[in-house]
Design a protein around this ligand. Structure first.
Ligand code: BTN
Length: 254
């Protein structure tokens, strides 16, 4: 099985009480963190979401972690890591219900967002030094912790399972899944193992979506595929050809 094929990956843990953001913390002292380091915070005061959004992390009610990696890759491979991470996180959260991946970076549980991924990269003199994979998981949030406008779109593991969950188990399960996909990819550079999972568990495949790109009105499209580069292949209404979307430039809503 995949489990026995690979050497173990080392994960030094750095645990903080309260910091602005685990991603910012990792990027600010990037050179001091070795490959595989995991930065965890009980509380984030300035958590970052994708596309400049905010991500609040309430004390003890969610997991906020950043994983530091230093693979030798060019920056074109960066979007792949969002898909690799999403596949691993989706697998790790399977135990709590019906999880799906909403391309590019959300994990939904029973149809509502339960976790998000924000990958940031570190450049040193125009060379990619490494990346920081930020993950936020709503573990113990209660309905009252969400703004009313978010309640129909977001949830927590506790709300969905009606049980308290163990964050350590979730983090360990995520790292096990991640390490398998990551070491496999480093060896083979094959994206199939995690992309096929992203497709199988996709919340968007075959659906109609609205694509938001900067300075343009939203466009309606049907999702046809996710390709080996992790791009979302869509069919815009009234277009003859299919269009690949790269995760960095778009936001999609259904
Ligand atoms: C999103 O859904 O937009 C991505 C959310 C990512 C949040 C995590 S929490 C840990 C890490 N540190 C941050 O500031 N953001 C990520």
């Amino acid at each position: 099985s995949r489990l026995t094929q690979h050497t173990k990956t080392h994960h030094p843990f750095i645990v903080k009480e309260a910091i602005p953001s685990t991603n910012t913390f990792a990027l600010n002292s990037f050179s001091s963190f070795e490959e595989g380091s995991v930065i965890l915070a009980h509380h984030q005061t300035k958590g970052k979401g994708r596309l400049g959004r905010q991500w609040s992390a309430t004390m003890g009610k969610s997991i906020a972690l950043s994983l530091v990696l230093r693979p030798t890759i060019d920056s074109q491979s960066l979007p792949l890591f969002t898909q690799l991470t999403a596949a691993a996180l989706c697998q790790a959260l399977k135990a709590y219900g019906d999880t799906q991946i909403k391309w590019p970076n959300d994990i939904v549980l029973n149809g509502k967002k339960v976790a998000g991924i924000l990958i940031e990269s570190q450049f040193q003199e125009n060379r990619l030094e490494g990346l920081v994979i930020g993950i936020g998981i709503n573990t113990h949030l209660e309905p009252d912790d969400f703004e009313d406008s978010l309640l129909h779109k977001a949830t927590s593991l506790k709300i969905e399972t009606k049980q308290t969950v163990d964050p350590n188990v979730i983090i360990a399960d995520f790292l096990i899944e991640f390490d398998q996909f990551y070491t496999d990819w480093l060896e083979t550079r094959q994206t199939f193992p995690f992309i096929s999972l992203c497709k199988k568990e996709s919340a968007l495949l075959g659906k109609e979506i609205h694509v938001y790109s900067p300075n343009e009105p939203p466009k309606t499209a049907t999702v046809k595929d996710i390709n080996e580069k992790g791009e979302l292949i869509v069919h815009y209404q009234g277009h003859a050809q299919l269009t690949p979307l790269q995760s960095l430039d778009f936001s999609v809503r259904n």
